[in-house]
Design a protein around this ligand. Structure first.
Ligand code: ZN
Length: 58
């Protein structure tokens, strides 16, 4: 069974965005676009900014 990593792709993507954004200086972000965060193929109810990875409760 190796599907977990694929199902968690969006979750890890948000984490990767946050780390990359912090590494780039953690600049202010207008959060122009949010996408639903998915964990284990289910929506977590949160959304994350596709630019910086900022997480917000929907
Ligand atoms: Zn943002």
């Amino acid at each position: 069974m190796s599907s977990d990593s694929r199902l968690m792709k969006d979750y890890h993507e948000a984490n990767a965005l946050r780390e990359a954004w912090a590494a780039a200086g953690n600049n202010p972000c207008d959060h122009p676009d949010f996408t639903a965060e998915v964990l284990f193929a289910s929506r977590t109810g949160d959304e994350f900014c596709t630019t910086c990875g900022f997480n917000r409760r929907k």
